[in-house]
Design a binder for this molecule. Structure first.
Ligand SMILES: [Fe+2]
Ligand SMILES: [Fe+2]
Length: 257
């Protein structure tokens, strides 16, 4: 696995075992108008799932990189962790080039027409308690992470790769020009994560509840929508930090000082 890759131009295979793969589809360098976001393709036996497809700003790069590995018609699912525009505003474009199901927290489904997507029959709403998705011959687990940060929020666990895609959980605001794909120094990386999590995540109760529910999973990497991939021993360091994090309403009084 490469420690560093060029931004935007190179999709990178993160995991490969037989016909099962995870592919990073790039991000941008933060010089553009939008929020830099990672997109990932999960494949099993030729069938695909796209994680947090992204905004209209991400579409051209993402589909160009994806096309090196898959025909859009092979996508069975577009997975939306929550309703934010950096996750979801490209939905009409992706819905137009695929026949994929649109997987999202059930409570957000009725808002989809506001992004310009009107075909409710394609929506696969995930109930508050979570669900599973069959991809090829594998089974992926959709795990609730409500209030982290969105009211209805889902993450995805792949027991084959032992990867946990966490959406905005694990986000880091990277300095311009940083081109690492993986976290190199976790203590330094914490400083890049702290501000976002304190402001966006709802409360320590939500963080602690999430860590307790994922603690039994074998996780080799935490794969976020923004920032860098957390792997190896840093997974435990991340969980330990997140479990104790005071954030959101815990800090309400301090916000107005
Ligand atoms: Fe978000
Ligand atoms: Fe995001």
């Amino acid at each position: 696995m490469p420690a560093a890759v060029a931004f935007a131009t190179e999709a990178t295979v993160l995991f490969e075992q037989g016909d099962h793969r995870w592919i990073w589809l790039g991000t941008d360098d933060g010089a553009g108008e939008g929020v830099p976001a990672n997109q990932y393709l999960v494949q099993d036996r030729g069938r695909g799932l796209l994680l947090d497809p992204g905004s209209v700003l991400d579409f051209a790069r993402t589909i160009s990189n994806l096309s090196r590995f898959a025909e859009p018609a092979t996508l069975d699912y577009l997975f939306f962790s929550h309703q934010d525009p950096d996750v979801s505003s490209g939905v009409p474009m992706w819905a137009g080039v695929t026949k994929a199901k649109l997987v999202m927290p059930a409570i957000w489904a009725r808002f989809l027409p506001h992004f310009g997507e009107f075909d409710q029959t394609r929506i696969q709403g995930v109930p508050d308690k979570g669900s599973t998705l069959a991809l090829g011959k594998s089974e992926l687990r959709v795990i609730p992470a409500h209030f982290l940060h969105s009211t209805g929020n889902i993450v995805l666990y792949d027991p084959v790769a032992r990867y946990l895609f966490t959406g905005d959980i694990g986000t880091a605001i990277m300095p311009p020009g940083d081109n690492s794909l993986y976290v190199q120094d976790f203590s330094k990386h914490l400083k890049l994560m702290e501000g976002f999590h304190k402001r966006y995540m709802a409360s320590n109760a939500a963080c602690r509840n999430f860590v307790e529910r994922i603690n039994h999973l074998a996780i080799d990497a935490i794969v976020p929508q923004h920032g860098r991939i957390i792997r190896g021993d840093d997974v435990k360091r991340f969980k330990d930090w997140f479990r104790e994090l005071r954030c959101g309403v815990d800090l309400l009084a301090e916000m107005y000082r």
